[in-house]
Design a protein around this ligand. Sequence first.
Ligand SMILES: [Zn+2]
Length: 405
Amino acid sequence: MNQPESKIETERLYFQDAYLQEFTARVLARETREGFPVVVLDRTAFYPESGGQPHDLGWLNEVRVIRVEEENGLILHFLEKELAGEEVRGRIDWPRRFDHMQQHTGQHILSQAFYELVKGETLSFHLGQEESTVEIGLQAIKDETLTRVEELANRVVFSDLEVKTYFLSEERVSSIPLRKPPKKAGLIRVVEVDGFDYSACGGTHCRRTGEVGLIKILKQEKIRGNVRFSFVCGFRAWQEFENCRRSLQQAARLFSAEEAEVAACAEKSLAELKNLKKRQKKLEERLSFFEAREMLARSSSKIISGFYPDRSPEEIKFLALNLVHQAELLVVMAAQRDQYFHLVLAASDSLKLDVREVIPVLQAEIEFKGGGSPTLAELVSAEKEKAERAVTLAVEFFKDRTGLS
Ligand SMILES: [Zn+2]
C-alpha cells in the first residue's frame, strides 16, 4: 500500500476500547489486491490478523469486510465489493470478536497458570475456528498437575479480576514482571490480568476475567519436543459441555442405563461382542464343512469356482479349505468387502500344483496385493467391478495348465 503521507498510521480504536462495535472514519487510500477492493481508513475498530488472533469481519457502510491486515502501521480492509464515499461508518461482527476476546484472554490466564505451577513457558498461541492451542515448553505433564493448572486458571476467572491495558516505554517495562520479554522495541503495550499476569500484547481482551467464562483444556499432543494443549473458553466451553451432554444422554438411552453407567455398559457390550465373534467364527467353520460336503455331492467337476458378493472373505476361505480337504480339487472363489474384492485360490496337496502361478496372469489385467503358499493363496484388489473377471481368468488358466475340468 502506498503511504498516503509519510509516517501516517491508522489509529487503532480497539487499543483504547476493545468493546467499540461501531465507528465513523475517513478513507485515506484505496487500491485493489488479489482482485479485491482494499481501503485504508484514518481510524478503525477492525482488528487485523496478528499475534495468533484472527482478524475481525464486519461492514463498512453496507459493504462486507472479508479480511483485515496490518502493513507498516496501516490497517488494510479487504472488501467484498467497491465502497463509495469518503466518510464511512464501520461495524464489526461483534459475536465473532467477543468470542476471540474470550479465547485470547483465556489464553493469557492459562499461560500464566502453566508458568506459575510448572514453569511452563508459552512458545506459541493459535486461535482456531473451533479450538485454540498453546504450545508449552514442557516435555510432559501429569494428569493431576494439568488438573491443577486448569483449576488455577478457572479460579482466576471466578475471581473476576480486572484486565488492564496500558503502554510503557522500553525503559520502564523492566519495572513489571512480564511473562515473556517483548518482541519489539519502543513503546510496549502491556495487558495485565490484575496482579496475576503481565504480557506484552497488541490483541483485544475482555475487561474482566469473569467475562472469559469457563476455561477447559480438551486434549494434549507432543510437538517439536514440547506439549501443545487445545482449549476452549466462554461460549465455546458451554457448547462443548452441551455436545458432551448430548452424546452421553444418547449413549445412555441406547444402553437403557443411567449416564454414570455408560462406560461400564460399553465395556460389557464389547466383551460380549468379542465372545460372539469367536463363536460365530467357530460356527462358520463347522457350517462350511457341511456346505462343502453338499457341494461335492452335487458336482463332479474338478475345478469349483464362484463369486459370492454377500459373503465375507473368511467364509469363502473356510469353504475353499473344506472343499480341497474333502476331495481332490482346485477352488477359485471371490468375495467382497467394502471397496475391495478378495480372491481365494486353493488346491488339494495331491494335485502337486502351485496356485500362485496364476498371479502374474491376473496381474496383467487387475491390480492385486497378497500371496500365499502353493496350496492356498489370497489376493485383494480395489478393482471391485473385476471380481467375476478374475474368477474366469483363473479358471481358464488352470484348465489349460492342468487339463482338469
Ligand atoms: Zn493478548
